[in-house]
Ligand binder design. Sequence first.
Ligand code: NAD
Length: 542
Amino acid sequence: MNSNYKIPVPKNEPIKTYAPGSPEKIELKNKLEEMYNKKIEIPLIINGEEVRTGNMGKSICPHDHKHVLAEFHQAGEKEIKDAIEASQKAWMMWSIMPWEERAAIFLRAAELLAGPYRAEMNAATMLCQSKNVYQSEIDSVAELVDFLRYNVYFMQEIYQNQPNNSDGVWNRLEYRPLEGFVYAITPFNFTSIGGNLPTAPAIMGNVSLWKPSRTAVYSNYVFMKILHEAGLPKGVVNFIPGPSSKISDIVLENPNFAGIHFTGSTEVFNMLWKRSAENMPKYKSYPRIVGETGGKDFLVVHKSANPREVATAIVRGAFEYQGQKCSANSRAYLPRGKWNEIWKEIQEEMSRVKMGDVMDFTNFINAVIDKVSFDKISNYIEYAKNSKDADIVWGGKCDDSKGYFVEPTIILTTDPHFKTMEEEIFGPVITFYLYEDDKYSEVLELCNSTSQYALTGGIFATEREAVIQAEHVLRNAAGNFYINDKTTGAVVGHQPFGGARVSGTNDKAGSVFNLLRWTSIRTTKECFLPAKDFVYPFMDEE
Ligand code: NAD
């Protein structure tokens, strides 16, 4: 109040190493042990209160699927309606709260997460989503902290945008929150996205209903506790795990529904869009529909590329977090003339990859998220095994006796339109297609037209001409394009993230562009000396 405050310039949260003997490793190991051995009960959070329904779901460890970490309460019709009502009550106060007060709450949440809650958040994400420590650290801590710090900064940048003025007139833009609530539906694969989708709108003064993924409730709940401790007022974010379609049925019928902030599969997003379109006459305003969805992320390798660098980009890009990143590299076009060299390097790297439990830090690969996913991925692998157009050249074994383990798998196909070159598998599976070195132009066209998705993709080449050609032909094939790098690992504030075509609305999570969707601008013109006569000079004849 009475000051032009400045939000601290955001710095990306440094990633801890968890090297042997480091204090962070000792603390995390203890936390993992403690949380693994202590089953908890997770309530809904509506209007800041814990709510229990007795209709329970289970959070398990995907790498040890008989082990239950928590039982969580699921929302029914009453709780969904209560959450909407609570959000509307909170809106009255939150939508007019001074922005610096809102900012302070989220900046405090960032510090709590980076400090006292770091080990708990990592342990929760490792155990419940089966991430190794590095994958968890870059997601559930670093990226989520970055989202919070950068988004409040972007909020201020938006507010600073003001129009021109003429003599005697002051024009102002006021960045109002939407009139209603935002429905945040979050995926299992990134705890950071879980936290970002309900809070990005809240930073702009909106209220939200947060429906977490069934398989990420355990870690998402840790963030809910952080928000509470940071001082987020009651009802601003309401946490309602539960049956997705029932929740959507009720939410999407409500007149105060003002927007969807979604990340997940293309099919679910299409359904949500369709349902909101059908209900359009019921709404008080046109909803903002923001969704980041699937991908079939590519790497095109030119004959001038360095084989070792290509191999590392593929091993990391395709297999980190078991390929369960929307940006995971799942198809690669390799020049036949370089194949032997690239393949030798890939085999050398893959022979050092270990798979297993997250508690053993030497494992690079852990389990896939659940039985549905395990079956889906195994079916794709089985399909490739039985096809005359493809060979499994690495991995291919699946075993769900203890955990949902799928070996990192490489398929080599002779058909550039082979099923696994086109469809999103969302697992540790990549398909290679070899092209003749002199058919580079054709392969770029092929890559551009093969998939309906356009999320991430990359080119490996040292010849600049080849890079320029790829940038041109693949202009619309990826919302995030990489030159000589893997297709994953976008950093908040550095590579705003999102794809086009059926990969989403491309509103670029973790950027000013995303936050702009959560505001409805009011323009005010104030006239200091109003006119006193309707007559204009042109009305005189002489
Ligand atoms: P999903 O679509 O199965 O689930 C996403 C969310 O939607 C979950 O909370 C789920 O419970 C909910 N949901 C499912 N049916 C629903 C319904 N009828 N009504 C309302 N909500 C419903 O996706 P997932 O398995 O959690 O995540 C993987 C998918 O997410 C992949 O397709 C991946 O590419 C995509 N993804 C995209 C990005 C991106 O930025 N583009 C980031 C992460 C994940």
